[in-house]
Design a protein around this ligand. Structure first.
Ligand SMILES: Nc1ncnc2c1ncn2[C@@H]1O[C@H](COP(=O)(O)OP(=O)(O)OP(=O)(O)O)[C@@H](O)[C@H]1O
Length: 257
């Protein structure tokens, strides 16, 4: 890994007046984000002045020990939670200024979420689970297209109970990306899966990132996954301790868990 900033291939825009490539503008920018939880007398400082930027199409892996603030950070930039201070912007919109309705609109129009647990409707097929999103999205892809992207073209009419854990998670990924979000936020997406199944889920996430260009942030406890990222962000005690750029990304099949 090198610590120098270098943007992923394809994100450098050449300006005809500039001899040097110009870096793409950030999709996300967070400045001095803090989050303090108070429960009775107990105060927990979950985030301490976090600064962060991500550009279009980046695949970012977020590592850090339990309780270091990773989920709190992801929830704030995904519009699920608000900070105690600091600001976060998506494109040219300051999301930390939005009210509840604005945050709902931001999440609905721009953000796909994938969590450790799939939360699929058991009475609906894979296709119908994805259609729950495509029916209300502004510019959706077809449910079949999203399921094909995650390698489930042959399973679209199966119910969750007829699918393995990894396949169910891939339905959840298809559901998250079917609305064509600019960003895909994943909190421990392989957390409930064995390594062989986890690799398939990772392959699906990387394919989605490549095909759709959605800026993808993945929280994981599995340090091996850092080799797949454009950039790796390390959290510790509510702060970002380091950011590294991979000179060469590995494929999921090259990573040993
Ligand atoms: N709703 C809450 N109320 C009180 N404290 C909270 C709340 N949510 C998180 N915390 C605390 O904030 C800190 C950061 O939590 P967070 O979930 O962001 O960490 P994490 O790095 O994602 O951990 P993990 O890897 O275990 O999911 C922890 O000490 C946690 O106990």
């Amino acid at each position: 890994m090198s610590s120098a900033t270098s943007w992923p291939a394809g994100l450098r825009g050449a300006c005809r007046w500039c001899p040097e490539p110009v870096a793409a503008p950030p999709v996300f920018r967070a400045e001095a984000l803090t989050k303090t939880y108070r429960t009775g007398e107990v105060e927990v400082q979950a985030l301490r002045a976090v600064d962060f930027e991500a550009t279009a199409g980046e695949f970012v892996v977020i590592l850090g020990p339990s309780g270091s603030g990773k989920s709190t950070f992801l929830n704030i930039i995904g519009g699920l939670d608000t900070p105690s201070s600091g600001r976060a912007c998506f494109m040219d919109q300051e999301i930390t200024k939005l009210d509840d309705r604005g945050l709902t609109r931001y999440r609905r129009d721009h953000v796909g979420f994938v969590f450790q647990f799939y939360n699929l409707m058991p009475s609906l097929t894979a296709r119908e689970n994805v259609r729950l999103v495509t029916e209300i999205a502004r510019r959706p892809m077809k449910a079949e297209e999203a399921l094909e992207m995650v390698g489930l073209a042959q399973r679209i009419d199966h119910f969750p109970a007829q699918l393995s854990g990894g396949e169910q998670q891939r339905v959840a990924i298809a559901r998250a990306i079917a609305k064509n979000p600019e960003v895909l936020l994943c909190d421990e997406p392989m957390g409930a899966l064995d390594p062989a199944t986890g690799v398939k889920v990772l392959e699906a996430l990387m394919r989605v990132n490549e095909v759709t260009g959605a800026t993808t942030l993945v929280i994981t406890h599995n340090a091996a996954i850092q080799d797949l990222a454009h950039r790796v962000v390390r959290f510790g005690n509510g702060a970002i301790l380091g950011v590294e750029t991979n000179a060469r990304r590995k494929a999921p099949s090259e990573v040993s868990w």
